[in-house]
Every structure is written in structure tokens, then in C-alpha cells.
Design a protein around this ligand. Sequence first.
Ligand code: NAD
Ligand code: TYD
Length: 352
Amino acid sequence: MVNILITGVAGFIGSNYVHQVLVKNRGTQIIGLDKLTYAGNIENLTSIINEDDFIFIKGDICDRKLLEKIFHKYEINQIINFAAESHVDRSIHDPQVFLKTNILGTQTLLEVAKTHWSIDTSWKTGCKFLQISTDEVYGSLGAEGKFNENTPLDPHSPYSASKAAADLIVQAYHDTYGIPMNITRCSNNFGPYQFPEKLIPLIIHNALHHKKLPIYGDGRQIRDWIYVLDHCDAIDIVLRNGISGNIYNIGGNNELENIQLVKEIISILNELTEDSSICNNLIEHVTDRPGHDRRYAIDSSKIESDLKWQRRFIFSDVLRTTIQWYMDNPVWIDNVITGEYQKFYEQNYGNR
Ligand code: NAD
Ligand code: TYD
């Protein structure tokens, strides 16, 4: 029996992952842990919260006592660590919580896992720690080349520095104690349930409200966009088949300048809403982000050749369905912005 602890389960990628896994792999017992920060919303899990094979626990990955209880009670044998403070701009304004959750939280999880999984000099069969990391740990590229797994770490923001530190701690627990682990480093995700502070949902939300669309600097920075469910497929494959100790890069093979992407979103919105006032005039170039990385691009050939991962989704199709999802769920956006979901959780699930 696989009893898997999924941290950050109420966030964007964690909630998409758990929906996908529950649909595909009945029989896996999922323990979802989330602190429910501003970015985590229990409503993202509404359709599965009452399923027998899903248990939700509100809590912090830095809380060792709570982790000990969870490990003991549910005999956890795998962890996927999605929990993190995840937004670069917030990390520039308030770095400390990033260091606490992303670094110390990861180390606390590792320590508890080590205690429960090690037997003399070996490890419990099937146990694995999977750290969900980011391409941002590699820093910034010039016009040429892509990040591969051997690219040296060179993070620039407090967010990416904290994620790089977490990756190194995970590697240290593997190299020192032998804990079975993998690290995945993915490019920029998009899809349903993404908090509207990140570029794509922010642009959709602002445009639908005829608000200005802020573009940092010249808008010619490049990101490699991947649909969240392609990322989730890759995570699932690494969890099952990844060779312990290995890092796997995951990319969308889909580089776009921010300004190009924003114009594409405007054009789709224009078509879907038939509202001609949603137009490029809404774009406003604003002061650039300090330390802004210019270009990210991922070489995914290792996971493609070693683990046979392939992307399933076509960017233009899923960009459109993502935009449609945000148009169909205005209440979701309003609620995450105003914190209604936290109140909803306390009222409905506070005593679980
Ligand atoms: P998110 O901000 O949407 O979700 C993070 C979740 O973690 C939230 O539900 C939040 O409540 C929870 N959390 C925060 N601090 C916690 C703590 N101390 N204890 C327990 N839970 C806590 O982020 P996301 O976009 O879903 O990203 C998930 C993971 O994937 C992160 O580790 C991030 O670094 C990584 N990642 C994200 C992207 C991306 O494009 N979004 C790309 C690559 C990697
Ligand atoms: P973001 O979604 O914050 O992801 P990350 O910084 O982790 O790549 O930003 C994506 C890109 O969009 C990044 O180059 C910054 C830029 N950006 C803007 O130009 N305007 C915005 O309002 C936001 C949030 C981001």
C-alpha cells in the first residue's frame, strides 16, 4: 500500500496533481498537508475532500511534531513536497518566510522521513522523497542554450535562492544518509487554480476587469511555458520510475517573450468575450523587477529518454481552455483575492 504525503496540496500544482492522481490511481492513500497560506485554498480540493482515499490536514511543514504524528498515524512511505512560498515578487518584498518554509520546512520533512524510513543501514522498501523544484535555480540564460541537469546553480531572487538551497539539502540527505530521493526542476506552469499574482492569471483577471496589464521593463524576457498537467504527468513518472539520487528537468519546449504571450492572451480574450475594449492599449510598461532573469529554457531530453515522458498538450489549445476556465470561474478568483476560502475552510472543515 502506498501512503503518500503531498505537501502544498491546496496550491496550484499540488491540487492539479492530486486530482489527476486520484482519477488515475485509485488505491493510493493520499494525505494532503497544507498551511493554507494566501496561496492555498481548500476549495481547490472540493471535488475530492470527502473521498475515502484522500485525507486533508491543515498544518505547516516546519512543524516537526505534527509531521511525526502524521508519519506515525498514516505510515507514510512517499512524500511529494510541493509546499513553498512561490512568488518571486513577494520574495523580493519579504524574503524571510521563503527561507523558513522553502529551506527549513524541506529540511524538517527530510529529517522526519529519515527517522521513519531508515532501518539499520538500509531504507524501507518503496520509500521516496520527491522535491518539486524549479528551473529558476539555474539563473538566467543569454540568447543561446538551455538549462540541463548539470548547469551550475546560480539563483538571483530570494525565491530561487531558497529553492536552490532546498535542492542542495535534499541532495545532502541523499549523499550523507542515503535517503531515496529525486528532484524535479520545471519551467513556468499555467492552468486552472493558479493564484492571480502570476503572469497568466493576473493578465486574464485584469483584462476581464479592463484594468491595466503591467509588463515589467521592456517585456522581452523569455519564459518556457508548460501546461500544469504535463508537469503533473512528469512528476508521476519520476515518483514511480526515477532513479534515486537523480534530478530531472521538465520543460514546455515553448519559449515566449512576456509581451508576445500577453498579446496572445488579449487576442484570445477579445475573441471569447467579443469585447473589443480588451485590447493592446491596456498594456502598461512598468518598472522592471530587480534582478529580473532574462531568459529561461529547459532541456528535457533526460526525462524524455530515460523515463519516456512526453508532453500531451498543445500550447495554443490549453492556453485557450485556461482562459476559458478563468472566465467561467470569476467567483474563484474573487474569493482567493479576498480570502473567502480561508473563512469557508474554518467554517466547514475547521474541526477535521
Ligand atoms: P502555490 O503558491 O500555488 O502553492 C503553494 C502551496 O504551499 C500553497 O497551498 C500554500 O498554502 C502551501 N504552503 C506554503 N507554505 C507552507 C508551509 N509552511 N507548510 C505547508 N504548506 C505551505 O505554488 P505552486 O505554483 O503550486 O508551486 C508548487 C511547487 O512547485 C513549489 O515548490 C514551486 O517552487 C514549484 N514550482 C512552481 C512552478 C510554477 O510555475 N508555478 C514551476 C516550477 C516549480
Ligand atoms: P511570474 O508569473 O511571476 O513567474 P516567474 O517570475 O517565476 O517566472 O512572471 C513571469 C514573467 O512575467 C516574469 O518575467 C515576470 C513577468 N511579469 C510581468 O511582466 N508582469 C507581471 O505583472 C508579472 C506578475 C510578471
